[in-house]
Design a protein around this ligand. Structure first.
Ligand code: KIV
Length: 280
């Protein structure tokens, strides 16, 4: 059954934790969906994991739409959220609604995510008023990497903690049904979860959130990126490299392909093939 805002809110109400993973393509979307993951985020982290940039900043609307469409086709049950890329919503409320609308219309996703607290409440309100479910994203917001001077834990110290809580209350007031808390100290994340009705999704924010999100390549050991908050659920990077090495070696040695990997005998006689050989 397809997850909706309502079914996800029901999970929160009964204390059931919500699983979310990033995803950027059809094949992985099918696997995540079959595994029963509740929600999938087409994160602008694709700029780093799929495109090799150092930050999420260069990602465009067109790229998000291209990746998002493929993910949506693979998600029969998971609730799909599209990240709004850098500068696709900051300029004005009109720009936010127009681009949020495009992400929903052109991918078939179920909601959008945008970064920021108090600064983006008008955008969140206008998106929700247009019928688009919104996931907010506060704490360490990667699109502000240049302002933060790196990817650093946010909400440390009393003044910062209060600011992050105020951001959470502001985005909830504006209508966000879900909020990612990234690299927020765990006690503060638990307090935000207690003080708000939104679904809180933590990444590096401890157990006290309603759910968790990770970048799929990180949790399967593909990227080699392993900060403290990433648990590696498999060493697939190593496995894949070994498989590629084996293939490379077998092609070089001629061990692959074998008879079983080859289509049946030609329906031309050996005599005919000999004639072709002589003719050309
Ligand atoms: O872009 C992304 O993948 C994200 C998650 C890390 C929350 O925003």
């Amino acid at each position: 059954m397809k997850n909706t805002v309502e079914t996800l809110m029901q999970m929160k109400a009964r204390g059931e934790k919500i699983s979310q993973l990033t995803c950027y393509d059809y094949s992985i979307a099918c696997l995540l969906d079959q595994a029963g993951v509740d929600s999938v985020l087409v994160g602008d982290s694709l700029g780093m994991t799929m495109q090799g940039y150092e930050t999420t900043l260069p990602v465009t609307m067109e790229e998000m739409i291209l990746y998002g469409r493929s993910v949506v086709r693979g998600c029969k049950n998971a609730f799909v959220i599209m990240d709004m890329p850098f500068m696709s919503y900051q300029v004005s409320v009109e720009q936010a609604v127009s681009n949020g609308g495009r992400l929903i219309k052109e991918t078939g996703a179920n909601g959008v995510k945008l970064e920021g607290g108090g600064a983006v409440v008008s955008q969140i309100r206008a998106l929700v008023d247009s019928g688009i479910p919104v996931c907010a994203h506060i704490g360490m917001t990667p699109q502000s990497v240049n302002l933060f001077g790196g990817f650093k834990v946010q909400g440390k110290g009393e003044a910062n903690a209060e600011r992050v809580l105020q951001d959470a209350l502001a985005v909830q007031e504006a209508g966000a049904f879900m909020c990612v808390l990234e690299c927020v100290p765990p006690k503060l994340a638990a307090l935000i979860t207690k003080k708000t009705e939104m679904i809180t999704i933590g990444i590096g924010a401890g157990k006290g959130c309603d759910g968790q999100v990770l970048v799929w390549q990180d949790m399967l050991g593909i990227t080699g990126f392993q900060p403290k908050f990433v648990k590696q659920f498999g060493e697939f990077g190593k496995m894949i490299t070994e498989a590629f090495q084996a293939y490379h070696g077998e092609v070089k040695s001629g061990a692959f392909p074998e008879e079983i990997h080859t289509y049946g005998k030609s329906d031309c006689s050996d005599e005919f093939l000999k004639q072709l050989d002589e003719k050309y």
